[in-house]
Design a protein. Structure first.
Length: 319
């Protein structure tokens, strides 16, 4: 079952620094995170972290929301106490984000000093054994924004995979030893849970479908694609398999799947290649040839990008 990543967001500064810039960054960077990551749950702190009491309340809010990771944006210079307290209290990773310094003149004060603060805080967290990441640059800077995206999507993928159900439709094809897998190792490493559904369940579902449903799908395919080269009987089985796999995946509660696509399916004129392509466009991702290891890569890619997965054989290389 897919679950969202909970990201705690807090802006900090030490009390002797002007509060206008921290307030501005708190608003702008919090909104940016929500806009950039619709697939996660951004938990915004109810206040800026500038006192011991404020940090205690913020830690309570993040704990109540089951935050998986924190993003700390430096509104202005912040001592080591804020990051140290939050990581020790919550025991979750933290991203220290120092935007660029705002312009200042020779005879005026610094308004942020975020980079200095971040390097100092990071050194303290290293001594404490906390898990942390550093990002330097404002949200408009693509290098900084890209690093934030990469970090959050990586944590999102790790959590999502730990809550993923993978359906095994059949086992591996004959003589495909490379498609064998270690279910226990996969569960320990990625948290992915694997359950099995026999191919007979799929074939039975195809036979049970109302005639009207698969005929409607056949008509749709005939209007959309050129079927002149398709052998007789294959389109009917294509539509039946397409609808059956959708039903089976939903009924079993599988988030992803792999299927033993031959020799049984080929012998019965139900080769699923085109079906799997259509299902991927529908958000139902099923790998072929019972290749669980390849499907793990596809699962990670799908969580990272949100795009349909794709797998194919290497037939020829244009060098």
């Amino acid at each position: 079952m897919k679950q969202k990543l909970n990201v705690g967001f807090v802006t900090t500064y030490s009390g002797r620094w002007p509060k206008e810039l921290p307030e501005q960054r708190d608003k702008e960077y919090g909104a940016w995170l929500e806009e950039q990551f619709p697939q996660i749950n951004v938990v915004k702190a109810s206040q800026i972290g500038c006192t011991k009491e404020a940090l205690e309340e913020i830690a309570g809010e993040f704990k109540q929301a089951s935050a998986d990771i924190m993003v700390l944006v430096y509104g202005a210079f912040t001592g080591d106490d804020a990051a140290a307290y939050l990581t020790e209290t919550l025991n979750i990773p933290i991203i220290l984000w120092a935007p660029y310094e705002v312009p200042f003149e020779k005879n005026t004060r610094l308004y942020a000093n975020a980079l200095c603060s971040m390097t100092m805080n990071a050194a303290s967290l290293r001594r404490l054994g906390a898990v942390y990441h550093t990002v330097y640059g404002s949200k408009e800077d693509e290098r900084a924004a890209s690093k934030i995206r990469s970090l959050i999507l990586a944590y999102h993928t790790v959590k999502a995979m730990r809550n993923t159900n993978l359906g095994l439709l059949g086992y591996r094809p004959t003589a495909f030893y490379n498609c064998a897998f270690d279910e226990g190792l996969i569960r320990r490493t990625f948290g992915v849970k694997i359950e099995e559904t026999d191919l007979k369940v799929v074939f039975d579902k195809m036979a049970e479908l109302p005639e009207e449903s698969w005929k409607v799908d056949m008509e749709k395919m005939e209007k959309t694609y050129n079927m002149d080269t398709l052998p007789d009987g294959h389109l009917e089985n294509h539509s039946k398999l397409y609808l059956a796999l959708k039903d089976v995946m939903a009924a079993q509660g599988y988030d992803y799947g792999v299927i033993k696509c031959w020799p049984e399916m080929g012998n019965l004129h139900t080769t699923p290649c085109a079906v799997l392509g259509r299902l991927a466009d529908d958000g139902v991702n099923i790998g072929c040839e019972g290749d669980v290891d390849a499907e793990l890569a596809q699962i990670a890619e799908n969580y990272l990008t949100g795009l349909p997965t794709f797998i194919t054989d290497m037939i020829n290389i244009d060098e």
